[in-house]
Design a protein around this ligand. Structure first.
Ligand SMILES: [Zn+2]
Length: 145
């Protein structure tokens, strides 16, 4: 496993992402939904990967959802970055991580495609996430108010 560290711009949200295919290019998808275009978010995931996130101050993290309301986008309210999004399906939390919040990963390691999931039925969307998204997700909070 390759450990990739990432964080939002101010560091309120940080994470370790375990990528199971070290040495291979990381497939990344520029989501073409209006939210991700506006945020410039580009995601990756792998069914054998793992995400462990730490949130320093949850009071300055907004969980934003829209449209089908099946995913929560973690938006740092301090710096505006979107490090990852999660989706709870049958009591398991799945995630995709925004490669633009990786630290120390060269962009030549990314293999980019553009995706468009508009019009996908909700059931198909959840099935796709179960197959492709990060299935082991831990979000730790350092401080609560
Ligand atoms: Zn931030």
């Amino acid at each position: 496993m390759r450990q990739i560290d990432g964080r939002c711009h101010c560091g309120n949200i940080s994470y370790e992402f375990l990528w199971p295919e070290p040495g291979s290019q990381i497939p990344v998808r520029a989501c073409s939904c209006s939210f991700c275009i506006k945020h410039g978010a580009v995601y990756t995931s792998h069914p054998d990967s793992q995400l462990t996130a730490q949130i320093s101050d949850p009071a300055v993290v907004n969980k934003y959802s829209f449209d089908t309301k099946t995913a929560d986008f973690y938006v740092c309210a301090s710096c505006g970055a979107v490090p990852f999004a999660t989706s709870k399906i049958e009591s398991n939390e799945y995630a995709v991580v925004n490669v633009n919040t990786f630290e120390g990963v060269d962009r030549t390691e990314f293999d980019s495609t553009v995706t468009d999931f508009a019009g996908e039925r909700v059931g198909d969307r959840l099935d796709r996430r179960k197959r492709k998204w990060i299935p082991r997700v831990t979000i730790e909070t350092k401080r609560t108010r």
